[in-house]
Design a protein around this ligand. Structure first.
Ligand code: FAD
Length: 223
């Protein structure tokens, strides 16, 4: 069994300071106002224009650009991610992937719960011994699940049947492509204190990175 940390990778190339992306939206949005004459080559007009669109709630214009992000999360978090309907998905299949094969190191991969515990308001004040005991119990359950999965495959079960015993902690890779408007709606829901701690474990650093690489588009969303 391989225990991993959750993570993400932004797959869409983004220009320096997101200037090209903002220029693209400006070029489109200025058609509404017939103000193309105000476009400046240095991108300064684009920054101001895109900020104005977002401040006014004219977010239909930012639907003209999209981002693809690869998430490495557990199956529980992935179930929540795929509820976002204005997005496109590709996900590692537990029907077609056979974790008993050499290609997959003959083991299951699970996402560690430790960072989630740290972000869980009801658990983060627990003493270290209690947290260690919780984690140990979880690890034992993961090992048991792996043992039963491998045994079922040995007995002739297909991966799509044996997956029934895979835990929620099973690592999955999920690629989400969505336009900027949907990503904004997504972050507002998925970084909030009400969101699942293991969801926040990835959405907060992802939003921080996007704020750096694509300023203006995500600046107003508070982490
Ligand atoms: C804290 C939290 C707890 C949750 N708990 C549960 C739970 O217990 N059980 C459960 O089933 N789900 C739960 N969810 C999931 C939730 O119900 C939504 O499915 C999920 O958050 C996606 O939100 P959305 O529909 O706004 O977003 P998206 O599907 O990403 O849609 C984006 C926006 O598009 C618009 N839109 C999309 N589809 C339609 C439509 N058909 N009609 C009109 N407008 C539309 C809406 O404005 C929507 O906000 C929870 C979510 C959160 C954040």
């Amino acid at each position: 069994m391989n225990i991993m940390r959750a993570g993400f990778e932004i797959l869409t190339p983004i220009s320096h300071d997101g200037i090209d992306e903002m220029k693209h939206i400006e070029r489109i949005g200025r058609v509404c106002y017939k103000s193309e004459d105000r476009i400046t080559e240095d991108g300064e007009s684009a920054k101001k224009f895109v900020k104005m669109l977002i401040d006014r709630g004219h977010e239909a214009m930012i639907e003209h650009s999209s981002l693809s992000v690869r998430f490495t999360v557990d199956r529980g978090v992935s179930h929540e991610l795929v509820r976002h309907r204005i997005a496109s998905f590709a996900q590692e299949s537990t029907r077609y992937v056979n974790y008993s094969l050499d290609k997959y190191s003959n083991e299951i991969n699970v996402i560690h719960i430790e960072n989630g515990i740290t972000l869980d308001k009801k658990m983060n004040n627990m003493d270290a011994n209690t947290i260690a005991a919780v984690i140990e119990e979880w690890e034992r359950a993961m090992e048991d699940a792996e043992k039963h999965y491998m045994k079922m495959i040995d007995l002739g079960a297909t991966p799509q049947i044996a997956r029934s015993v895979l835990p929620s902690s099973t690592k999955t890779e999920l690629i989400i492509t969505a336009n900027y408007r949907e990503w904004r709606a997504f972050f507002k829901l998925r970084i909030s204190a009400a969101a699942h701690p293991q969801m926040r474990e990835i959405t907060m650093p992802l939003l921080d990175e996007l704020k750096k690489r694509l300023p203006v588009i995500f600046d107003d969303i508070e982490t």
